[in-house]
Design a protein around this ligand. Structure first.
Ligand SMILES: Cc1cc2nc3c(=O)[nH]c(=O)nc-3n(C[C@H](O)[C@H](O)[C@H](O)COP(=O)(O)O)c2cc1C
Length: 229
């Protein structure tokens, strides 16, 4: 029997196409490739699209949207391709204590058409689209661990998107890279005297390679799980 070619799609919600989030996604992509998937990386920055415009075409009685946003722009064909994907990994830097605007625009357009406002039956959530997909979310950010948990409570802020992704598609893991290298290539060229460079450099040398490896493992694991389904 011929094994089905699995498809894994990766989305970069950073305007920077080769920095922290992109590098984490590329590492996850290598893992997915190693596990045998066909991979595709989409930089949201390259697409001309907006967030949900509240047209509610996807909520009208008898609508034929099938859980897909009807707005015709660069995102629409990408959303169509997601229907064929077995694995989806979406990455974003943290901008002002949440994912970037373009990441949220993407999530609005992906999620909202799937959600039904009809009463749930005993099986739970009613969806316009019944699609199983192994999902991952990767966040990169400046804050170190202590700020992440205790000062800014990012674990609480970020969790609902992961939970929603899992509710819609069946499975979603989250990975974070904290205290990333923001000013490439050299902090000394920037106004950044408040940055603890000793800590920054330590994270760069010791934690960042582990973060990249964790991203690789995530990509590989998701494809391997997809094979089991
Ligand atoms: C506009 C802006 C806002 C940011 N806000 C935060 C923030 O609230 N918390 C944080 O931890 N990092 C923040 N950062 C830092 C980025 O999240 C971090 O450098 C990230 O790894 C950048 O990802 P990239 O290299 O893929 O662009 C901000 C960066 C920018 C440019």
């Amino acid at each position: 029997m011929v094994e089905k070619q699995l498809k894994a799609m990766f989305f970069n919600g950073s305007p920077r196409k080769n920095k922290n989030t992109a590098q984490m996604l590329e590492s996850a992509m290598k893992g997915a490739q190693e596990a045998g998937a066909e991979v595709e990386l989409i930089h949201l920055q390259d697409l001309n699209f907006k967030g949900c415009v509240s047209c509610f075409a996807c909520k009208r009685k008898g609508n034929t949207c099938g859980g897909l946003c009807i707005q015709k722009d660069d995102l629409r064909p990408v959303l169509e391709r997601i229907l064929e994907a077995d694995v989806l990994v979406a990455g974003s830097p943290i901008y002002w204590h949440n994912s970037t605007g373009m990441f949220r625009n993407f999530v609005e357009r992906l999620f909202f058409p799937i959600l039904s406002y009809n009463n749930a039956d005993e099986h739970g959530l009613i969806k316009y689209l019944d699609k199983k997909m192994l999902c991952g979310i990767i966040y990169t950010m400046n804050v170190p661990n202590d700020y992440y948990y205790n000062l800014f409570h990012y674990h609480e802020i970020l969790e609902p998107v992961r939970v929603q992704m899992e509710a819609f598609f069946g499975y979603c893991e989250q990975l974070e890279a904290r205290n990333t290298w923001q000013f490439y290539p050299d902090y000394s060229k920037f106004d950044a005297s408040a940055v603890d460079m000793e800590q920054k450099q330590w994270f760069r040398d010791n934690q960042w390679p582990k973060d990249l490896l964790a991203a690789y493992d995530l990509g590989k694991r998701l494809v391997e799980k997809a094979k089991e389904q």
